[in-house]
Design a protein around this ligand. Structure first.
Ligand code: CP
Length: 332
């Protein structure tokens, strides 16, 4: 049995992901990506959004490329949308079942990566519960391989951040005039961190993060956000409201965290509670949802909800990111 692998959390991932010309070599984090690049990715993704009732957008821009999906944590939306995105761009897509892979026999993550690299995988999409894994892999792969972070512990989920930004932009004209409220388990949410980072870069007017005190982030972590523990304060006149589930898999002890009924009463968003928000407020949730805990089921299915649109935009964003990194690959 090998010693457990460690993934040094070096702080260079923002630089590691950029080519000399400022384009993306990898996508590891939204930190360090400037407004111009974010807007370009959103514009590119918008081109892949198909109106309901029309066939899904397709191209052959990744023909001859191979994408491998390596998910060491469960996923429905992200894995399925990277799979569809790759196929709709003409790539070969490998969905490796890591539970039946040789990692279970003690193979290191790097040996697994080198094995796939030898098979000429061009893009590896990685989700892992440990901090630093996507950047660790990115530091070790060959020049012709790109790494895309599909969810890293509680720190980063950049394509989710992009799809959230795209969804907001489809409904609201200007980020600088918006009040965006994210409610729930902020402390353990990679979605909150990436979406907040992207909103900050695009100059959001006001960002409110609402959570029970045990699920609040470190006060110094996102100095541009207003931290609240009162939901009504957070919802007042908000233009965009996003609910998050409690990330039980990342919480050691549930001590101090309200039970289900108390949680819904104090932090669950509902049609009634949304009356405090702006009349045209949209309701978001990255999924998976726990209906009746962080969000009333009827609100999730109401006209204010853009949750299924977020899912649809996930495919478009991942197509845009796959196409973007493939353009700077060293072999043409
Ligand atoms: N939002 C999100 O990451 O969902 P999955 O865990 O289903 O991929």
């Amino acid at each position: 049995m090998q010693a457990p692998e460690t993934f040094p959390n070096q702080d260079d991932e923002a630089g590691l992901q950029l080519n000399a010309d400022g384009s993306l070599r990898h996508l590891l984090t939204l930190k360090g990506l400037d407004r111009t690049l974010l807007v370009q990715l959103l514009d590119d993704a918008q081109r892949f959004v198909s109106p309901i009732g029309e066939a899904a957008a397709r191209s052959q821009s990744l023909a001859g490329r191979t994408v491998a999906n390596l998910f060491f944590e469960p996923s429905t939306r992200t894995r399925a949308s990277f799979d569809l995105a790759g196929k709709r761009l003409g790539a070969d897509v490998l969905n490796l079942d890591v539970n039946t892979s040789s990692r279970k026999k003690g193979e290191s993550i790097l040996d697994m990566i080198y094995t796939l690299q030898a098979m000429r995988v061009d893009i590896m999409v990685v989700r892992d519960a440990s901090v630093g894994v996507p950047a660790y892999i990115a530091r070790h792969v060959s020049d012709y391989v790109s790494i895309l972070n599909a969810g890293e512990a509680d720190v980063s989920h950049p394509t989710q951040g992009l799809l959230d930004l795209l969804t907001i932009r489809q409904h609201k004209k200007r980020f600088d005039e918006l009040t965006v409220t994210i409610v729930g388990d902020i402390a353990h949410s990679r979605v909150a961190r990436s979406t907040a980072q992207g909103l900050h870069t695009l100059g959001v007017g006001e960002l409110r993060l609402v959570s029970p005190p045990p699920l609040a982030p470190d006060p110094g972590e996102m100095p541009y956000a207003c931290l609240l523990d009162n939901l009504d304060e957070g919802l007042r006149d908000a233009d965009v409201v996003m609910a998050l589930r409690i990330q039980r898999e990342r919480i050691g002890s549930l001590d101090g965290i309200p039970g289900i009924d108390e949680y819904f009463a104090n932090y669950g968003i509902s049609r009634e509670r949304m009356r405090i928000a702006a009349p045209d407020a949209i309701v978001m949730h990255p999924g998976p949802m726990n209906r009746g805990i962080e969000i009333e089921s009827a609100l999730a299915d109401s006209p204010a909800s853009v949750i299924t649109q977020q899912v649809a935009n996930g495919v478009a964003v991942r197509m845009a990111v796959l196409e973007h990194v493939s353009k700077s690959m060293t072999w043409q």
